[in-house]
Ligand binder design. Sequence first.
Ligand SMILES: *Cc1c(COP(=O)(O)O)cnc(C)c1O
Length: 439
Amino acid sequence: MTSNADLAARSRAAIWHPCTQMARLDAVPPLPIVRGEGPWLIDAEGQRYFDATSSWWVNLFGHSDVGLQRAIAQQAATLPHVMLAGCTHPPAVELAEGLSALTGGHLGHAFFGSDGASATEIALKMSAHHWRNLGQPEKCEFIALRGGYHGETLGALSVTDVPVFRDAYAPLLRATHLAPALHEAGSIEAIEALLRTLGGRCAAVIVEPLIQGASGMRMHAPAQLSALRRLCTEYKAHLIADEIAVGCGRTGRFFAWEHVQPALPLTGPLWPDFILLSKGITGGTLPLSVVLTTNAVFKAFLSDEVARGFLHSHSYTGNPIACAAACEVLRRFRDTDLLQDLARQSTLLRAAFAPLADDPRVQALRQVGTVLAFDVPSGGERFSERFHLAARERQLLIRPIGTTVYLMPPYLIDEVTATWLAAAVRDTLTDTLRSSPDA
Ligand SMILES: *Cc1c(COP(=O)(O)O)cnc(C)c1O
């Protein structure tokens, strides 16, 4: 059995960790995790940590979920992979049909990618290429929102506005038009002014519905989305809904976009032109993303000319094992009362954390579905790192974004867990502020 210290040291020597200043690894050694069980991650010496952010927002039903294990094992034993050009296979067909059905057929065409950033790349290319095929090649500019996050490959980073990820690569990026985010005052008016100025050169507006995740869990009302839908229709720009983080039940409905109208189902004109899914789509087991789009977009690529088709590809497009895991995720939404249960879990979280609203250290306590966040303006130097380390001492794995503490737990919240989480977060906050170098 490997020890914690051994794994951490070898990791440090051989692995360049993501989103990590490697010079800080002495202060913040990686947790050596060897097993996952429900919401718990377990290290080499048996210590358990509650995965409060679902391992970067990907996990839905907990770790080592039996249904997902079975789906993956069966598919791995039957057909682990076949290319999706010139061939097709049951898991991809079933997944595409299932997702189409969830949009009432309005986004009935699924294109598969390998991760979230590649879904963004695909949607941007598809949008601009669609306009080019319609004889409008000048329609190739994009509007993105302040604080938006859509991934970190160069195209996706071009429409991302998080300085810490973007600034070093600014010279490599394509110019994008930035508008105020949907939680900021005057956002819709500013987007309209921009669309008017662009005079038909805007291919698409890209947005994170309901929650801007990576820039600090900034939330807006669903009415902003319907207003944006109307604008995009009026100015003939595509609307790309990046649901990579907020899709798959996170907000209480399968798609966050479904909140644009209280009563479902949504009619055609209310849907976005593209929906991007990744993260939760395989329940936190395998990398996969899906770009869903309309028949109107799809049709613009049909031609006798090969080059008018959408030729984008990657080697593992529509990998059968990943698709089988995603089919199991869809089955859970279809065949169980998961959505009702999510409403209950969201209420339990709300009730358990409600006392924090009166805590003078806490600002802007907010929640959508099973995403809960608050700000700690007095956090001080290296708040995120100090909070993360203090949380480890309380069996909690959590990484604040700057001075924003947030939870996005697996869909396994019961009353005992919610109460325990709220106490652990409150006590961690106390420990963190006590250790503040400038307190
Ligand atoms: C995580 C995320 C992405 C990028 O997904 P990756 O799989 O990390 O490339 C894009 N958009 C949003 C909203 C995300 O949260």
